[in-house]
Design a protein around this ligand. Sequence first.
Ligand code: ATP
Ligand code: MG
Length: 265
Amino acid sequence: MSSNPDPGARAAGSAPSDGGAVLEARSVFRLRQVDGRDLPIVRDVSFGLRRGEFATIMGPSGSGKSTLLHLLAGLDRPSAGEVRVDGEDLSGGDEEHRAAIRRRKIGFIFQFFHLLPDLTVEENITLPLRILGESPRRHRERVDSLCGLLGVEKLRARQPAALSGGEMQRVSIARALVTQPPLVLADEPTGNLSSKAGEEVVALLRDVCTELQATILLVTHNPRDAAAGDRVLFLHDGALLHHAELNGGPFDVADVFHRLQELGV
Ligand SMILES: Nc1ncnc2c1ncn2[C@@H]1O[C@H](COP(=O)(O)OP(=O)(O)OP(=O)(O)O)[C@@H](O)[C@H]1O
Ligand SMILES: [Mg+2]
């Protein structure tokens, strides 16, 4: 596919990006009421991702990875701090304001796919375009090339119930990318797949994001997934362990595994 078959589409209605930082989190906190007390689930998280960067977050179960990803996606609001995506403030404003930014700027990939069962694969993939009020027919070239890249062109007329897990996840990646968002967030996208299907999904994500120059942040428990990234962030008790961060990947799986052991994760 050409790097951007429809270059005008992303710019429509968007603010100018600030020097390549696609995602910026500044002193983000999220408190939750537990047994009548406010406990910090996400604590003072600050980091940024550049355009085209492929980063992963690892951490023990309950360390706050999903909570953080939801804050970064504008699906939830920080108790304090700021989240900016492609120059726009996602931490302020009401739900409608956040949803408007989210629909244009962010693709989200879920562990359990979240495909709509009554729609065909093609209708699922083009749904974000229709939500934006854009005609899927106008973006036919983009949809065709995404289906080709993700190997789902033969599945377009099927319904999700007739797909394997790996196929469902490839469809959900196509859906996340169809609006050409600058940021793609994925919460354990391989957690529900066989090892082989998971490996394929991460390789595809990496290739497609490089092709589209999207920034990707992927939560994973799997050192092999993390090894495919440029950077690995470690979360512990809601805080990022900056001293432990790995930079300059792709990595050797054993290096990621050793770092996890060092951290007791
Ligand atoms: N709605 C909620 N109310 C109160 N506590 C919550 C709520 N949602 C999550 N938590 C708590 O916040 C902490 C972080 O949860 P989160 O789901 O972000 O962890 P995670 O790192 O994604 O875990 P996993 O690897 O199991 O998916 C956990 O202790 C969880 O029990
Ligand atoms: Mg989680």
